[in-house]
Design a protein around this ligand. Structure first.
Ligand code: F6R
Length: 641
């Protein structure tokens, strides 16, 4: 077993699955395999044929291959590539086309010959699609077949763009994209309505013909579909499950993406486990859910019949276990997220002193804060703590153009009324830049600036509702975001030093942050890495020894109950405040009424569902009944996550 593997236990799993502590380790393993094949083939004077994927997942792998080319002389002169897919209707120079993506992420940085790279043609005429797809298949055969195929996986279980319904025999063809896939791409295309409806993709059968397959996956969003692909029956409702039919396929994934595999989620069901306090909590909460009983009503039989007999032996009886777990869960609940002054804090999640605390809420983009912990922020402010909200990035990439037009019209009108030529000139210039960029062009600096200002206004207005003074709302505008675009962000020293400056200035007693377990290329995850690096730089500062870091799960998800160390219940009135706070982020409303109708969800009701469902789980476990709960996990930077 390699050192960087968390475990390679494969019971229950129908595909060889290697779990790595992070994406970087997994990519270095796959890059080493690719490099070794290329070198062997180069020495023999033979070509290597690679099947490539796009999307966020393989970006680190490509960066590692580029590094090997630059630093270790890995040559791609004799490499032929075939990409899995391309959006139908996009030309190769469209910023979101997969051809352009490959040029930017790999081809332009290594010595690949352009004529050796193949990406399906997105502009082929409708009546020529069939022939063009056959020609693609023929080109793969003529090259000798694919030696190594790299795959990502979509939340629908797609590989390439083989959406649910694609069977194992499918070949290269034109397909219709699933609505979830289009929603996932909406951010890149600045709105779901701009995402193409069709794509050309290699078929599942084409993929299965490759001699070796590596599927990569990072982040918790992929965990459910990954577990179904690896552990479920092969089915066309999860096309990735057909990879079970290949005899040389490896899934290389990070721990977050492995989160729903039985060996990670319910390890006591597949073998002996070490009954650490975390494992006991996880298993007993799971048991209560499974047998649908509150904690205090679990019986010896419930434990014995569900693979937990050894735990029972270790702890004596269900009675002891139940009481322990009830107390542990009970003690996570507090209405005092900053600690309750002058109270015994021995069984409270947060310490009583010092009071008031300097609380720092770190929000990757505006709205993540109120969405995930608006109720807690309001509580902290109301309870007299010194609350600062810091927005790591401006979030300007997520503002639709019509909102900018409205803002510049306002600037123009004010300018005209007050005869201010500077304002008028600026508004005109931004308008011209908007007209010039077209639907898919990149935003200029000025446009991004105005978009950032719009989000600042929304963030301030939301903070005001939560009673956080305007002077305590900070905008870091981290450079990695300002200078990048989705999937292409790279963070560095300038980001870390902006974070260090903030921390050293505020010297917080508690920090609320998010990003652990997210897709490593996401804004949320990058912001967390910047925080982690900044904390390391501050390691010798005095304040850090008295600072607690509370993790919120991040937009769109909530901690499982057994992971929560602090549960902040919200009354119906407080919950109302939070939702009103979310409402202030008007540019973040779903842009398309039809999407909203179909998914039935917008940020505010998704946030409510999550907080309500945590409260319901506490209720089901036999604890008090609340309207909603926001959950936090205490982060111990020294412990593996
Ligand atoms: C892209 C492709 C897709 C992606 C999948 C995951 O060429 O074939 O199957 O691998 O949609 O996308 P990301 O990596 O962006 O999560």
């Amino acid at each position: 077993m390699a050192d960087n593997l968390i475990s390679s236990y494969t019971q229950e799993e129908r595909i060889k699955t290697l779990i790595y502590s992070d994406a970087a380790d997994a990519c270095s393993h796959v890059a080493t395999e690719i490099a070794s094949l290329i070198r062997t083939r180069n020495e023999a004077g033979k070509a290597t044929v690679l099947g490539l994927a796009t999307g966020s997942t393989p970006v680190r792998l490509y960066r590692e291959l580029i590094r090997m080319h630059r630093e270790e002389g890995l040559s791609f002169q004799n490499v032929i590539t075939f990409n899995l897919d391309e959006y139908y209707g996009l030309s190769g120079d469209h910023p979101e086309s997969y051809r352009r993506f490959m040029q930017d992420q790999l081809f332009d940085h290594v010595d690949l010959k352009l004529e050796n790279t193949h990406v399906p043609d997105g502009l082929v005429e409708r009546e020529d699609v069939f022939t063009s797809c056959q020609t693609y298949e023929e080109a793969i055969r003529a090259a000798g077949g694919i030696d190594i195929q790299i795959l990502g996986i979509g939340r629908t279980g797609h590989i390439g763009f083989n959406e649910p319904g694609s069977d194992a025999q499918t070949r290269t063809r034109l397909v219709t994209l699933d609505s979830l896939t289009r929603r996932d791409a909406a951010r890149d295309f600045l709105g779901e309505e701009n995402v193409p409806r069709h794509a050309i993709t290699m078929g599942v059968g084409t993929i299965l013909d490759a001699r070796k397959l590596y599927l990569l996956a990072w982040g918790e969003a992929k965990a459910p579909v990954l577990a179904e692909s690896v552990e479920g029956e092969p089915t066309d409702s999860i096309p990735a499950s057909f990879l079970q039919q290949h005899d040389d396929c490896e899934f290389c994934i990070d721990l977050a993406a492995a989160g729903h595999l039985t060996r990670v989620r319910y390890p006591w069901l597949v073998g002996p486990v070490e009954w650490t306090p975390e494992m006991v909590r996880k298993s007993v909460v799971w048991l209560a859910g499974k047998v649908e009983k509150p904690l205090l009503k679990l019986t010896d039989e419930d434990y014995a019949e569900n693979g937990m007999a050894d735990l029972l032996t270790e702890k004596g009886s269900a009675y002891n276990l139940n009481i322990d777990l009830f107390n542990i869960t009970q003690h996570t609940i507090t209405g005092w997220p900053g600690g309750k002054p002058n109270a015994d804090d021995s069984s409270r999640p947060e310490r009583a002193n010092p009071f008031p605390k300097r609380s720092l809420i770190l929000s990757p983009e505006p709205m993540d804060d109120v969405y995930c912990l608006g109720g807690t922020m309001h509580r902290l402010a109301n309870q007299g703590h010194d609350v600062t909200v810091a927005y790591a990035t401006s979030g300007n990439l997520a503002v639709p153009d019509p909102d900018v037009r409205r803002a510049i019209e306002l600037i123009m009108e004010v300018g005209q009324e007050r005869e201010n030529q500077d304002d008028i000139g600026f508004a005109r210039s931004v308008e011209e830049q908007l007209n010039a960029k077209g639907q898919f062009g990149e935003d200029t600096r000025d446009i991004r600036h105005v978009k950032g200002l719009i989000r600042r206004g929304e963030a301030r207005s939301s903070a005001r509702l939560l009673e956080i003074p305007a002077g305590q709302v900070r905008f870091l505008d981290l450079p990695f975001y300002e200078e990048g675009r989705y999937r292409r962000f790279k963070w560095g020293d300038a980001d870390v030093s902006a974070m260090v400056n903030l921390l050293e200035e505020l010297k917080p007693h508690q920090i609320f942050a998010t990003g652990l377990g997210h897709d490593p290329l996401s804004v949320t995850s990058i912001c967390f890495e910047v925080l982690r690096a900044a904390l390391n730089e501050c390691a010798n500062s005095e304040w850090i020894s008295d600072c607690r870091i509370w993790l919120y799960r991040g937009p769109g998800a909530e901690w499982d109950t057994h992971e929560i160390d602090m549960a902040v219940p919200l009354s119906p009135d407080e919950f109302e405040y939070k939702i009103r706070g979310i409402y202030q982020h008007q540019t973040q409303r779903s842009q398309s009424p039809s999407t909203l109708r179909k998914s039935g969800s917008d940020s505010w009701n998704l946030a409510s569902q999550l907080n309500r469902s945590t409260a319901e789980t506490y209720d089901d476990l036999g604890l008090a009944e609340y309207e909603a709960i926001e959950g936090f996990k205490l982060w111990n930077a020294d412990k593996p996550e």
